[in-house]
Design a protein around this ligand. Structure first.
Ligand code: PMP
Length: 378
């Protein structure tokens, strides 16, 4: 039998492990930061209509520039900026600050990040992140041949201006990642840290805002920082708040010139007609799509107080998941929860587990299972 080791695999890929959240078929899955709610009925109806309308034209390649989708995504981001009241200047309310030519999209924000790293990192270059953070950032950077540099966050998982500036000056990376709200810890990074990182580097700064819609009122999006910062890119996704993970649609906003660089590395027609049609149909109903966000934030807060009630140290979360620390044996607790039909995530941080906000019933099931486990095995 052939083993992978005997094949002429790239030397820098030897010994690496692929991304692999365990997939177990249990009733309550709270492990991969999905949205717990089904796609709302008005969205599924619009989606079916659009797909039916284009299905006969699938003999043709899709719109390579996904023009309509970019316009809708720009419109959504402008509504975010205006709602936040943090528009970069007084004019922004009158004239949108995110134009369609500032938008990029791909099959999930993972692919958006891959395009950025392919264009702006690659062999002989480096990318830096503040860990613990999203496990795909190093994998994506390294898959382009770039070196990965991980700088530790503080004990409370924050990043300070001084620490960030020092890290960037010391390592001179070509790309810097700031994940906010951060996966897997849930905490956010203030804009002054991102501004300081930007000023300290000549490289590209990626702000991964996959969970931004779940954040509390103090959160400020880095979209506010785009004007005048041509090396900044803010990525988002329809996989989380929009309950659209299966459709695979991630996107980003940046200066048009930065976006032009991404065209050099994407495959022609990378967004299928089906993907574009589904995302466009969904984006025509943003309020329905985002309807679950408030409820999930409420369920997250229930998780936080429930877990604190059991004596765990819970990181304040701006996302749809919480990290709880003070777990004596994470592998054992993880296994006991699986035995009770509940899947959470061991993210490899000592003494901790991560759990997603579920529906009301799922959150109740998780807290009840925990209660049973802790009272039987205190
Ligand atoms: N960024 C972060 C921080 C994430 O946690 C995830 C998914 N877990 C992604 C990006 C990628 O999501 P998707 O490819 O579904 O957009």
């Amino acid at each position: 039998m052939t083993s992978l080791g005997s094949l002429p695999l790239r030397d820098d890929l030897r010994g690496r492990s692929p991304y692999g959240a365990p997939v177990i078929d249990v009733p309550v899955r709270l492990n991969v930061n999905e949205n717990a709610f089904d796609v709302p009925a008005d969205v599924t109806a619009a989606l079916q209509e659009r797909i039916a309308a284009i299905s006969a034209t699938l003999n043709r390649y899709p719109d390579r520039e996904f023009t309509e989708l970019r316009t809708l995504l720009a419109g959504y981001l402008n509504s975010v900026l205006h709602r936040e009241g943090g528009a970069p200047d007084a004019q922004a309310l009158a004239s949108p600050s995110i134009e369609p030519d500032m938008i990029w999209a791909a099959n999930g924000s993972n692919e958006v990040l891959f395009h950025i790293l392919q264009a702006y990192a690659g062999p002989g270059r480096s990318a830096l992140g503040f860990g613990p953070s999203y496990s795909m950032h190093p994998l994506i950077a390294q898959s382009t041949g770039a070196e990965w540099i991980e700088v530790p966050r503080g004990a409370d998982f924050s990043i300070t201006v001084d620490q960030a500036v020092e890290a960037v000056r010391t390592h001179s990376p070509d790309v810097v990642f700031v994940c906010t709200p951060n996966n897997p810890t849930g905490n956010s990074t203030p804009l002054d840290v991102i501004e300081a990182v930007y000023d300290a580097t000549d490289g590209i700064v990626i702000v991964d805002e996959a969970y931004a819609e779940f954040a509390g009122p103090d959160f400020r999006t880095a979209l506010n920082l785009l004007p005048g910062r041509p090396r900044l890119i803010v990525s988002r996704t329809m996989s989380k708040a929009f309950a659209f993970a299966g459709a695979r649609l991630g996107y980003a906003a940046a200066a048009p010139e930065l976006v032009d660089g991404l065209r050099l590395v994407r495959m022609p027609y990378h967004l299928s007609s089906l993907t574009q049609a589904a995302a466009e149909a969904a984006l025509a109903h943003p309020d329905s799509l985002l309807a679950g966000v408030e409820e999930l934030s409420h369920q997250r807060d229930r998780m936080v107080s429930g877990l604190r009630g059991y004596g765990f140290d819970v990181v304040a979360s701006d996302a749809n998941f919480v990290l709880f620390r003070g777990v004596a044996d994470p592998t054992l607790l993880w296994t006991r929860l699986v035995e009770k039909g509940i899947l959470v995530r061991d993210v490899g941080i000592a003494g901790s587990l991560r759990v997603n906000a579920g529906t009301d019933g799922e959150t109740t099931a998780f807290l009840a299972a925990l209660d049973e486990i802790l009272s039987t095995h205190p």
